[in-house]
Design a protein around this ligand. Structure first.
Ligand code: SF4
Length: 414
């Protein structure tokens, strides 16, 4: 849970998770649906899915016994990479093996003035070698946690607290700053002497040194390290999504949601019927594509012009800049759910929030609610009345509502 997420965010999720599945055996019996419901809001949903798959594997294939070395953990359990394997093996089972996460990268790069791109294979290999050499043989778990904590609390990305740092005497970046300061003060008093670069290893093509084009910048101090390659901009995606709404019992709104495929982005989560769009598509075309998609759920053509535009909702996934183009459609009747299609269901707003839906879909519903409130403001009261009448007409609950097919069927002649 803590990968890519901060402790403060995780605590409530962790407590709920451990209360629901206190053992591997309990987790092994959970469904993906339950896992997604509990994980909803944490992001990176494949982590929850793989955690459950790993529990299942331990119970069904490994006789309930967790692998105990970093090598076996990584080899045998889905979703366990090098870092997670090292963390579990050292913290839980006392194996003297190092860990390298973002905090450790920062600390080690500063300790040794490693100025090459910290995501390059040469630097990553060097960091793992260094972590494995440094780890305390008698208390590896404590050592690894201390190193990560040092990066999280003292050797932080901006404004590190070098004055309070327990390892500053061993830190080459700090020594370099001290030498710079000494040189500056000597210069002030006219006694300047040349200061050699402490990280100057003398090799022109050293894979760990800063590139010659990006020398030490005195104004940055120790934050010259680590250096990262420029991040790739996230991929831009547009998706049309439709909030299909009907009035349920006592006129409470209900929403139609469908389940995503069990693999890929947001696997197994529920969402409003959505369709990916090509970039730069005309609005008219977007509507048509969404209307065609909705046809799969209704079994009959849906008029593109009948879709009400709500607005655009932006959501940033780790590598995707997603724009949801949100429409809505009122239904005065029921939808006959087709079991041949992906699972789908009608939910109230409370049920929607308790379902395994992504944060992005919650934003979509929020935008829809905002639009509805705007429409029902006193200025537009007449519109609201007309809408309420249309929605309520002919739909007493339960059981006597028209089917969606009937609703969408073209009116017969007089
Ligand atoms: Fe980080 Fe400063 Fe400590 Fe070096 S002295 S490890 S740069 S906090």
């Amino acid at each position: 849970m803590l990968q890519q997420t901060q402790v403060a965010t995780v605590i409530d999720y962790y407590i709920r998770w451990m209360q629901k599945w206190p053992t591997l055996q309990a987790l092994a019996q959970a469904s993906l649906e339950e896992v997604n419901e509990l994980w909803a809001g944490l992001g990176y949903y494949s982590r929850g899915k793989r955690l459950q798959e790993a529990a299942r594997k331990v119970v069904s294939e490994l006789a309930g016994r967790m692998p105990r070395t970093a090598e076996d953990l990584q080899k045998l359990l889905p979703g366990v990479g090098r870092y997670t394997a090292g963390a579990i093996a050292s913290i839980s089972y006392g194996q003297a093996t190092g860990v390298v996460d973002g905090n450790v990268i920062r600390v080690l790069c500063r300790l040794r003035c490693v100025g090459a791109d910290s995501s390059s294979p040469a630097v990553i290999d060097w960091l793992w070698d260094m972590a494995n050499v440094l780890v305390d043989r008698s208390r590896p778990g404590d050592f690894n946690q201390a190193l990560m904590e040092l990066g999280a609390t003292v050797c932080v990305p901006k404004s590190p607290l070098c004055g309070e740092c327990p390892v500053k005497q061993h830190c080459q970046a700090w020594r370099r700053v001290e030498k710079d300061l000494a040189f500056a003060s000597q210069k002030l008093f006219g006694k300047a002497a040349p200061v050699p670069d402490v990280e100057d290893c003398g090799l022109g093509d050293c894979p760990l040194c800063p590139p010659a084009t990006e020398p030490w910048d005195s104004s940055l101090g120790v934050t010259n390290f680590p250096r990262k390659a420029a991040k790739k901009p996230p991929r831009a995606m547009r998706t049309a999504t439709c909030v299909l709404e009907r009035r349920g019992c006592h006129q409470a709104p209900e929403y139609f949601i469908v389940q995503r495929p069990s693999s890929g982005l947001l696997a197994g989560l529920w969402e409003f019927p959505s369709v990916p769009l090509a970039q730069d598509l005309q609005e008219e075309k977007e509507r048509e594509e969404l209307a065609d998609h909705l046809q799969a759920w209704t079994g009959r053509p849906v008029a593109a012009k009948g879709l009400q535009f709500i607005g655009e909702v932006i959501h940033i996934f780790s590598h995707i800049h997603q724009t949801y183009v949100v429409y809505s459609l009122h239904l005065d009747g029921d939808v006959t759910l087709d079991p041949a299609l992906s699972p789908s269901r009608w939910v109230t707003e409370d049920e929607f929030r308790a379902s395994a839906v992504s944060t992005a879909m919650k934003k979509v519903l929020k935008a829809h609610g905002k639009q509805r409130r705007k429409e029902s403001s006193p200025v537009k009261g007449s519109k609201r009345k007309r809408g309420a009448k249309a929605l309520g007409a002919g739909s007493p609950c339960p059981g006597t509502q028209l089917s969606l097919r009937a609703f969408l069927r073209a009116p017969k002649g007089p």
